[in-house]
Design a protein. Structure first.
Length: 279
């Protein structure tokens, strides 16, 4: 988001009516942002009405409306028309959906290099698998729900899937593992990278010597990852994910990524923080 305006403002940055119309919406956005950071606005609370904000800031209602649209795209507010307690603009408690959408837009606009996306996966996904395994090991009665991930694996067993259909399910499986971690930032990160991952793994299919052999191997590796997680073996789960992601790119020659295999402490006994834990 934009930086907060602190202290005296110039006329161009302030909310008086002489501010350039193209910048006036930023005045409204920065005002709302400062209220969020100060705690004056909290999740579940309403923004002031457009008319009130416009009068207080000295900008047009259209500028306030534009600022609210930006916040809505970012997933920070929800808007509804009509009257009653649910009408107007309300601060949303969990902006994970907005975060993933913003990431997807950046991926689409900048075209992140494949090598960078692969390297990011080799850092993030083994940590997710290790966290899930540790959670399974210590929460026998309240383990992470892998039902969605397992259902996707069952769908991938259909032998009549095209490479595009298979790889779409494959990518969704990796996102489902992140979602099962319960960490909204990790889930949003993987969801934001979903289109990029799906795109480059599909583009690499012509480089494979045998799609049938590769898809069979990927199926087996997916099942092995889930078994390691369910067994509570964090080291094995992390290593399997790392080998799975790196192996496909080595075979398909999509990127030359020399990332070392992860070193994951067993069951967090050395005091290392889980990715799903607060710092």
């Amino acid at each position: 988001m934009t930086g907060i305006v602190v202290g005296p403002q110039t006329t161009a940055e302030s909310g008086d009516a002489s501010a350039a119309p193209s910048r006036a919406w930023r005045v409204a956005l920065e005002h709302i942002e400062s209220q969020l950071l100060s705690g004056d606005l909290r999740p579940g609370e309403h923004l002031a009405p457009e008319r009130t904000l416009a009068a207080d800031l000295g900008v047009a209602r259209s500028s306030v409306r534009e600022a609210i649209r930006v916040l809505e795209v970012l997933g920070l507010v929800r808007t509804a028309t009509g009257s009653g307690p649910k009408a107007g603009a309300i601060i949303v408690a969990s902006p994970a959906g907005g975060l993933s959408e913003v990431m997807r837009l950046h991926v689409a606009a900048q075209g992140f290099p494949v090598a960078d996306v692969v390297e990011a996966r080799l850092v993030v996904e083994p940590a997710i698998a290790a966290h899930l395994a540790r959670a399974h090991g210590r929460k026998a009665g309240d383990a992470p729900d892998l039902g969605q991930a397992s259902a996707l694996l069952d769908a991938m067993d259909a032998l009549d899937l095209s490479p595009a259909e298979f790889l779409a399910l494959d990518t969704r499986f990796h996102v489902a593992l992140a979602e099962a971690s319960g960490n909204t930032v990790l889930a949003a990160t993987m969801a934001g990278l979903r289109d990029s991952i799906e795109g480059y793994v599909l583009q690499a299919v012509p480089n494979l010597s045998s799609w049938a052999a590769t898809s069979a191997r990927l199926r087996a590796e997916h099942r092995g990852i889930v078994r390691a997680i369910e067994a509570g073996n964090d080291t094995d789960a992390a290593a399997r994910v790392h080998a799975h992601v790196a192996g496909y790119h080595a075979e398909s020659r999509t990127a030359a990524v020399a990332a070392p295999a992860p070193s994951v402490p067993n069951s967090g006994r050395d005091g290392a923080a889980d990715p799903g834990s607060a710092p």
